[in-house]
Design a protein around this ligand. Sequence first.
Ligand SMILES: [Zn+2]
Length: 194
Amino acid sequence: MKFAFLELLNSDWHDYRGSGRSEDRIEDPSWLDRFLSRWGWKTVGLPDRAGRDDLRALRSLLRRLSEDFSTGRHPSEQDLAALNAVLAKTPTVQRVTRAGEAGYRVEQVPLQKDWDWVLGEIAASFVELLVHHDPRRIKVCENPDCGWVFYDESRSRTRRWCDARGCGNLLKVRRFRRRRRSARENQAEQASSN
Ligand SMILES: [Zn+2]
């Protein structure tokens, strides 16, 4: 399942191997271009500095909300109000169109397709998950160096890593080394007390 807000969250990239390297992909025009194209928002063009700051502010808000849901907390009233404020910046009108032979369809059409509209669409993708899917499936990768946010689609809802081969393996190896080290230390201690 793909959600635009997850892509925005993960634009704050951290090297999962713990090198400390990180990248804010909001500052990378080619990443922004791909992101906007993928979701059908390319017509608004690349954001200026103020637009990028708004995008970062929305990312922080959605990160906080996602972490709340991933740990079973209720989000604060303040954060919900902030989310509503982003949605409210995109007024829509209803438009009726013919659908098939005898039917009609009504759709909500934004009054303007500008940066506020893009921010509203990203916020709406979070709301879509909240209302129509399972917010308890929002997870943050358990590798503290990584922090990738994903939607857990496993039947048992027990997925722990963004990627089992990357972060999953890395943490298994670390755990194994830690256990081996403490076993060796125990042995050394016993040998010196004998
Ligand atoms: Zn990860």
